[in-house]
Design a protein around this ligand. Structure first.
Ligand SMILES: *Cc1c(COP(=O)(O)O)cnc(C)c1O
Length: 217
């Protein structure tokens, strides 16, 4: 399956984040040995224990909802936090990154799905944060782009519409706030079920779990 996904990604240049949550370390190592270096986790405790015992050149992505009181545990080692969903969280990431003398890469998570429960910014809450003078004082975080999840549905038209919405949010932010920041270029969208549509709609990073590791039940 890794080969098939790599082939699908290759013409787009998108990055594969292998979502290894709930999966044992030996399953991660099996992919690592095939050259996979980006892995995604969504629980802080599992994240830190895997970071500690697995190879040091793995790039660990945090993709789940992150509570402010747990940022300190991942700040020393995380490569990219996909799930920044509030200004409060971003300020805490900045604070903890500063303590360990790092600049932590972040994506702003946007709510584009119809489902009520998904975390994330909408256009207006993101604008309020980015326009706040306190935002530009955060020197220990770097925003590399956006992340979003489509509704869990077989309706491909709806999924495509939601990915398109995320792409348009990215474009707007790029033009209005990040035009001079070359590394603001990531659109993290697409999972096992919908990554092909996501790639067609401009994804630069797909987060794939069950297709690589088998279903989690
Ligand atoms: C679990 C998870 C994924 C991967 O989902 P699959 O359907 O197993 O590919 C991607 N993104 C996030 C945020 C997740 O929590």
């Amino acid at each position: 399956m890794l080969e098939k996904i790599r082939q699908d990604l290759s013409p787009t240049g998108a990055t594969l984040v292998a979502v290894s949550k709930t999966k044992p370390e030996k399953a991660i190592l099996a992919l690592y040995e095939k050259g996979q270096l980006d892995f995604g986790e969504n629980r802080v405790q599992e994240f830190t224990s895997k970071v500690e015992s697995l190879p040091k050149d793995i790039r660990w992505h945090f993709i789940g909802h992150l509570q402010t009181n747990k940022v300190k545990y991942i700040a020393p080692s995380v490569y990219l936090i996909h799930s920044v969903d509030s200004f409060k969280l971003l300020r805490e990431i900045n604070k903890q990154a500063k303590k360990v003398d790092r600049i932590v890469n972040c994506l702003l998570q946007f709510k584009v799905a119809a489902e009520e429960t998904k975390y994330g910014f909408d256009r207006s809450s993101a604008k309020a944060m980015l326009d706040n003078p306190a935002f530009s004082e955060l020197k220990n975080i770097r925003i590399l782009g956006v992340m979003g999840m489509a509704t869990f549905t077989y309706d491909e038209v709806q999924v495509r519409r939601e990915f398109r919405q995320l792409k348009s949010i990215f474009d707007r932010l790029k033009d209005n706030y990040f035009i001079e920041q070359e590394d603001f270029r990531e659109i993290s969208m697409g999972m096992s079920n919908d990554y092909s549509i996501a790639l067609e709609e401009g994804s630069t990073m797909v987060r794939i779990g069950s297709l690589l590791f088998g279903s989690r039940r």
